[in-house]
Design a protein. Structure first.
Length: 175
């Protein structure tokens, strides 16, 4: 069993890069991460083939226009048991303040990746603050033209410690 213990006081230090900690955590525990958050997808992934993280190459293009503090983003390329390639956009939100245009940004990532690479994408947003009012849908409508984009959203504080400890994945986090 792998245990991941969090000490929130450590992250209050100004020299700690929370974004990189989340990237590393997701990369190091990716199989458990998928098992916990998307168990149906986890069952379809062929973990005998190496997971490739593409954020260094891909996100430079995608986020270069974004202003302000960058958040931890991961794009993982996995192979499914049926032999197909699947990309997973893992967007972890590590701030406690809701962001007004978060859903729009998730949509922008989705269409930029889709347009550039023509691959199917599974998007996940994880909020680590105590609560969030951010929606997991982006909707735009203008004179008969309409788009609705929905992505997976998880709020870590919605899970209690016992639920995490008893989950079939090995990922355990204490608050």
């Amino acid at each position: 069993m792998q245990l991941v213990w969090e000490n929130p006081d450590v992250y209050k230090l100004s020299h700690v890069n929370q974004d990189n900690l989340w990237k590393k955590l997701i990369a190091d525990l990716f199989e458990d991460f998928l098992l916990f958050f998307l168990p149906d997808l986890h069952e379809e992934v062929d973990f005998s083939k190496q997971v490739e993280f593409l954020q260094q190459v891909l996100f430079k293009e995608i986020i270069e226009h974004r202003q302000g503090r960058k958040v931890a983003d991961q794009i993982a390329k996995v192979h499914l048991k049926n032999g197909k390639e699947q990309w997973i956009l893992v967007h972890t939100e590590v701030q406690t303040i809701d962001e007004v245009h978060f859903a729009k940004r998730m949509f922008e990532y989705f269409y930029r990746i889709s347009d550039r690479y023509g691959k199917k994408i599974v998007a996940i947003a994880i909020f680590t603050g105590k609560s969030t009012k951010s929606t997991n849908q982006y909707h735009e409508k203008f004179y008969g033209t309409e788009i609705m984009y929905t992505f997976n959203k998880f709020v870590v504080s919605d899970f209690d410690e016992e639920e995490l400890k008893n989950h079939r994945s090995y990922l355990v986090k204490r608050y």
